[in-house]
Ligand binder design. Structure first.
Ligand SMILES: Cc1ncc(COP(=O)(O)O)c(C=O)c1O
Length: 370
């Protein structure tokens, strides 16, 4: 699905030097590269505070802990998503409230959020799925009206931009009260192991987030609140510092692949191609098509036989996950979320894909016309 090796080979001299510097210094934990990277990511995102942490799942848990929600409080989430945000909510004794998604954008259906708000609702987690922003303006307006927090799970869409109706443009992850991201190796900005970060414009929240990620302490051995041990290690920060310089180039490379898929696959009547919303750019973490339910698995099998990888992100909606079906509150039928699990197929897309490789994939895909 991604070609990490070719990307490494392309950036090898810079990456090797950055890695070697960390090894030479032996400052493996909290070395200077961690602070430098956090500050450069903050500049890139135009957000005052970026707090690195161990991974994107920790980032979500830390964000929710910083909001000081109480057990039984409700958090609104999309029913079609990666599980991390739901998991963090449930682990903290909060109740996940699942809302259906818009099948065209795969993101939470903004029209359905208000019906999910109860007296116990405290927050909305907006997951920017597959590379495109949720519709943040109405989400922020609802949150303001009902005094809710908004956490943006930006693990898949770092670098995407949301345009408000007055023309203001903000990077995803910087619009809500707190944003989180993951630097998992296949993510838009990716390290060579686990990594994550939390971002906010609120100084008080930033202070809490920093403490929570560091055992709830500001001063060593004086623990003011419960926390975690969640750190971005120096080697990963050094790698991310190099890759951050290329983030926009990486995005453009994936956008070009997406454009070629769009052009070549528009003739396939049995495929619904990913839609671009008017309010967001798309960084194409995934290029996800929808295939008629009865043909999806056969297409995937055919691709496999041709040596073309593809993935079903995600095969089960949250309300049907064994661990969460009895702890979640469900709003409406969630039929779009369920339908997406039966129809989605994500195709290979990455920064190193050649035209020949893509042509091969496209030819394998056009089997669907038969
Ligand atoms: C939307 C989303 N949120 C959170 C995560 C969790 O990130 P991590 O794997 O770094 O814990 C991921 C990815 O894996 C993700 O795709």
């Amino acid at each position: 699905m991604v070609d990490l090796h070719r990307q490494y080979v392309r950036l090898k001299p810079e990456l090797d030097e950055a890695i070697q510097q960390v090894i030479d210094s032996c400052a493996f934990i909290n070395g200077p590269q961690v602070k430098t990277f956090a500050s450069h990511l903050a500049d890139y995102l135009q957000v005052p505070y970026v707090i690195p942490c161990g991974n994107g799942t920790d980032a979500l848990q830390i964000a929710l802990m910083a909001l000081e929600l109480q057990p039984g409080d409700e958090v609104i989430l999309p029913a079609f998503t990666y599980i991390a945000a739901v998991e963090a909510v449930a682990l903290l004794g909060l109740t996940p409230v699942l809302v259906d998604v818009d099948p065209d954008t795969f993101n939470i259906d903004v029209e359905k959020i208000e019906a999910a708000i109860s007296k116990r609702t405290k927050a909305i987690v907006a997951v920017h799925l597959f590379g495109q922003s949720c519709d943040m303006e109405p989400i922020m307006a609802l949150a303001k009206g009902y005094h809710l927090f908004v956490v943006e799970d930006n693990a898949q869409s770092l670098g995407a931009e949301y345009t408000f109706t007055d023309g203001r443009v903000h990077k995803t992850g910087t619009i809500g009260h707190i944003g989180t991201t993951s630097f998992f190796p296949s993510k838009p900005l990716a390290c060579y192991g686990d990594g994550g970060a939390v971002m906010t414009s609120d100084e008080g929240l930033a202070k809490r987030i920093r403490m929570i990620a560091n055992h709830g302490q500001e001063r060593k051995y004086y623990h003011q609140r419960m926390g975690l041990n969640s750190r971005l290690d120096t080697l990963q920060a050094a790698i991310l510092e190099v890759k951050l310089r290329y983030l926009d180039q990486f995005t453009e490379a994936r956008q070009l692949v997406a454009q070629r898929y769009d052009e070549a696959l528009s003739v396939c009547e049995d495929l619904i191609l990913p839609k671009r919303s008017v309010y967001s750019t798309h960084v194409y973490h995934q290029y996800t098509v929808r295939v008629k339910a009865e043909k999806r698995n056969a297409l995937q099998q055919h691709l496999k036989e041709q040596g073309v990888p593809s993935m079903i992100y995600y095969p089960v909606p949250v309300q049907e996950q064994e661990a969460y079906r009895n702890v979640s509150r469900v709003i409406g039928s969630l039929e779009q979320a369920t339908r997406l699990t039966q129809t989605v197929l994500s195709l290979p897309i990455h920064t190193e894909m050649s035209e020949e490789q893509q042509q091969y994939i496209i030819e394998a895909l056009t089997w669907i016309k038969k």
